[in-house]
Write a new protein. Structure first.
Length: 230
């Protein structure tokens, strides 16, 4: 999920109400996919709430159903086939023009189900029932985000008949054969990612309880020192 910030308040002896927020960005470049060079960014931004249920209040074990109300987790990329190189779409080989190389874009959405149900379990109470200020909560679970959405498009450039990319060149945009092959390739990738309907949640952090009532009955704010990751 990225860097994680949390706040919690006590609902009763057995439950806390907790709000969460996560953010993270990561960039990659020059990744080869079927001869196309891709560069892009993974953008993570989510917010949600959960009910932490402690069957044994003086111990840290908990069960936490919740909901992710905001989910902007997605990845976007630009692609290029350098002039004079080949790439494949659905098993068909194309040669990118030296004078007008093929370029395109792609996006992967990890937010089809929004809001999304979440469920985690873990150890550690952000508001210790035995008093004290520091705790070290750990949790593991998943967000049920639905099947990822995938879009691909070749936006400009030409493909040529010869491997050198210099003769008998045609535009990729609007060419029915190229667009048919591109859609078939996208459908294959979509089928590959369809099983990933559950986004894993793993986090460990440090929480500080303000303990305003003096008995561990007040709100707490947390800043986990290690982000949850997929």
């Amino acid at each position: 999920m990225g860097v994680n910030l949390q706040m919690a308040v006590i609902a009763n002896r057995y439950m806390n109400l907790r709000g969460t927020g996560n953010f993270f960005n990561y960039s990659i470049s020059n990744v080869s996919v079927n001869g196309l060079e891709a560069s892009g960014t993974l953008n993570l931004a989510t917010a949600g709430a959960a009910v932490d249920f402690y069957p044994f209040p003086t111990h840290g074990f908990r069960l936490s159903p919740g909901a992710m109300f905001l989910n902007r987790n997605q990845a976007g990329a630009t692609v290029i086939a350098p002039g004079g190189t080949s790439f494949t779409l659905d098993g068909y080989t194309y040669y990118s023009s030296q004078a007008n190389p093929v370029t395109g874009v792609a996006s992967l959405g990890l937010n089809t189900q929004n809001p999304a149900f979440t469920f985690t379990t873990g150890w550690g109470n952000m508001i210790p029932r035995r008093g004290g200020h520091l705790s070290f909560p750990f949790e593991i679970g998943a967000a049920f985000i639905g099947a990822p959405s995938l879009n691909m498009a070749l936006t400009s450039g030409q493909v040529c008949m010869d491997p050198a990319g210099t003769t008998n060149c045609i535009d990729v945009a609007g060419n029915s054969q190229i667009q048919t092959n591109l859609e078939a390739q996208r459908a294959k990738y979509q089928n590959d990612v369809n099983p990933f309907r559950f986004y894993p949640i793993v986090s460990f952090g440090v929480a500080y309880s303000f303990n305003l009532t003096g008995h561990g009955e007040a709100g707490a704010a947390a800043r986990p020192i290690a982000p949850g990751r997929q």
